[in-house]
Design a protein around this ligand. Sequence first.
Ligand code: AR6
Length: 181
Amino acid sequence: MEKIVGNTRLSLVQGDITQQATDAIVNAANSSLMGGGGVDGAIHRAGGPAILEACKKIVEKIGRLEAGQAVITTGGKLRAKHVIHTVGPVWRGGDKGEPDTLASAYRESLKRAVQAGLASVAFPSISTGVYGYPVDEAARVAVNAVREFVLKDSSLQEVVFVLFDSTTFGAFQQAMKSLVA
Ligand code: AR6
C-alpha cells in the first residue's frame, strides 16, 4: 500500500527492517543507546559492532537520549548506510504526553535524515513492542506525524513503514486509509 503526500511516497511493507535498502533505517532504541531487545537488538546484530561504537561516542558527548529525540550513526554492515536511533515513549496510560513524544520521535528522526541529505527512510512501529503503546493509536500518530513533516519539507522521496507482524501491518493499513493526502 502506498500514498503520495506532497513530494514523498509513503508505503507499508510487512517484514524485517534490517533487510531494507533505504538510505537509513530507524531504530526504536532506549535512552542508553547501548542496544536491547526487539528491533534494537536485531539492528545491532545485523549491523555489527560499528553501530554500538558510534552510539558510545554520541553518549560520551550528549549523555542519554531523551524520549522523542533522535541521532544518526553509521549502518555498519547493513544495506542501509545509516541508522537513526530514536526513543519512543513508554506507554503509561496515554495521559502522560505519550502521543506528543511518539510524534516527536518520528519527526526528529525525519529531521536527522533531511540534515544528512538522505532521500529514503524506513521506520519500524516505534513503542508498540516492549514499550506497550497500543498499536492502533500508535499507527495513527505515526502516519500523521510523517504526513505533517513531509507536507512542510519536500526533500525526502520515500518513507517506508516496515511492520514485523500482521497485526501491526493491519493497524498501519487502517491508519494509511484514513490519511488525507
Ligand atoms: N523489523 C521490524 N520490526 C521489528 C523487528 C524487525 N527486525 N523486530 C521487532 N520489530 P520493540 P519499543 C517490531 O519492542 O516498543 C528494546 O529493547 C516489534 O514487533 O522493538 O519501542 C529497546 O532497547 C514491534 O512491532 O520497540 C528499548 O528498550 C516494534 O518493532 C525497547 O525495546 C517495536 O517493538 C523499545 O521498545
